[in-house]
Design a binder for this molecule. Structure first.
Ligand code: NAD
Ligand code: MG
Length: 397
């Protein structure tokens, strides 16, 4: 049965990254509709207790802990809670629950390129893929889009900007899409109006004014690399070239993104900033279900403001556009360098202001041939990480 014809039938869901911020929002929506959604599998990197809580609460069939050393801890945690969920461990198990015949829907909510393999596996297996894991499409856009085509499933963006664009493009034909201009909105992050960023601490960078999110994406929002990654994500998802993708700073985060058509019409999607809205949209599409998010109270919203991003202060935007224009392996290198730099910053081994230069240096220094398959992508990712780690270490000494 084609995915979009599965109306009103029970969906069986695998949640990759169930213990994260997106995972929690998805579980909140799922819990509101027990007659529509059941949880097949849940996964986490290392939080065994939290994963066991979720598995028991949602009567999941399978729980996967990616860090295989924690398999006994997960078993103990489940036993202590009286759960009868099957325990699996390791990276291979992530791929297996993503393509399992027992599920028809997969939420890709692992953070980083670590989510690439199971995300691709879900696409290849024809699942409805709810994509939050933007690093996966940044690293392997061509491969992922081809896998979705071959698998015959549906790809529904969860990232709020892309979800907004998906909503604005509903019913729009291929050629009109390609001719449209996409306008991604950005809150500007916590440092929109702060000039001296040298001594910024991880907690300051993670204090996002509008959204509560995992720490990596919070830092990406503070450097605006998040928006850079989203430009690459949008280009793959909607088949629109970089020169038709704009970014506008919109600090209120009411408009989640817009599409401008050839006739000058601009469509925008709005709502309160709450990931449950795009998650509910992607879960229920083409139907609509309640998400639990607050309604937009226009009388109290006040002014909606817009400004151009300061690309001299937030260099990461240009690096992302450059990587997209260069094509091939450049986005893999960009993403790997960013992941290493952000991790080092969160561990207080690198200054906030050194994140962008680390990425710039890696893009200059490492230019491998274009990847042809997932193994190539993973090889380039590993190599870029090793080089970026060395570069970061040299800075510390
Ligand atoms: P998070 O850090 O809160 O959660 C990450 C999840 O991935 C956790 O369940 C963790 O156990 C798992 N994980 C981490 N490393 C892993 C690894 N190496 N292998 C397997 N599992 C691993 O992150 P988040 O904020 O929920 O973001 C998840 C993804 O969604 C990211 O790609 C992010 O860019 C994207 N996203 C998040 C938001 C948001 O509001 N949080 C919005 C849009 C897009
Ligand atoms: Mg986003």
């Amino acid at each position: 049965m084609a995915d979009s014809l599965m109306l009103n039938t029970m969906r069986n869901i695998t949640i990759l990254g169930a213990t994260g911020s997106v995972g929690a929002s998805a579980l909140d929506v799922i819990a509101r509709h027990p007659q529509r959604y059941r949880v097949h599998a849940v996964t986490a990197q290392s939080s065994a207790n939290e994963l066991a809580d979720i598995a028991v609460r949602f009567s999941a069939d399978v729980a996967v802990i990616a860090d295989a050393a924690l398999e006994p801890a997960l078993r103990d945690a489940l036993r202590a809670r009286g759960g009868n969920t099957t325990v699996r461990a390791g990276r291979r198990a992530l791929v297996e629950v993503a393509q399992a015949p027992e599920c028809d829907t997969v939420l890709a909510a692992i953070v980083g390129a670590a989510g690439l393999e199971p995300t691709l596996a879900a696409a290849e297996a024809g699942k409805r893929l709810l994509l939050a894991n933007k690093e996966a499409i940044v690293c392997a856009g061509a491969l992922l889009m081809a896998a979705v085509q071959r698998g015959g499933g549906a790809l529904l963006p969860v990232d709020s900007e892309h979800n907004a664009i998906h909503q604005c493009l509903a019913g729009v034909g291929e050629s009109e899409r390609a001719g449209a201009r996409l306008v991604l909105t950005a809150s500007g992050g916590p440092f929109l109006n702060r000039n001296d960023l040298d001594g910024v601490t991880p907690d300051e960078a993670c204090a996002h004014p509008q959204w509560v999110m995992g720490r990596k994406i919070s830092v990406d929002s503070a450097t605006l690399m998040n928006k850079g990654l989203e430009v690459i994500e949008a280009s793959w998802l909607f088949g629109v070239p970089a020169d038709r993708i704009d970014i506008v700073i919109h600090p209120q985060s009411v408009i989640h993104s817009m599409v401008e058509f050839a006739d000058g019409s601009v469509l925008a999607q709005m709502g309160t900033p709450d990931m449950r809205t795009p998650l509910a949209y992607a879960l229920a599409w083409p139907e609509r279900v309640a998400s639990g998010s607050r309604r937009l109270d226009f009388a109290n919203v006040g002014a909606l403001t817009f400004e151009a991003p300061d690309r001299r202060r937030f260099r990461c935007l240009d690096y992302a556009y450059k990587a997209l224009a260069r094509g091939g392996a450049a986005s893999v290198v960009l993403n790997a360098a960013n992941e290493i730099a952000v991790q080092a910053f969160l561990e207080e081994r690198l200054r906030f202001t050194e994140i962008a230069p680390t990425i710039e240096r890696m893009l200059e220094a490492y230019d491998p041939p274009p990847p042809n398959n997932i193994h190539d992508v993973m090889h380039i990712d590993r190599e870029a990480r090793a080089r970026a780690s060395e570069f970061v270490m040299d800075k510390v000494q």
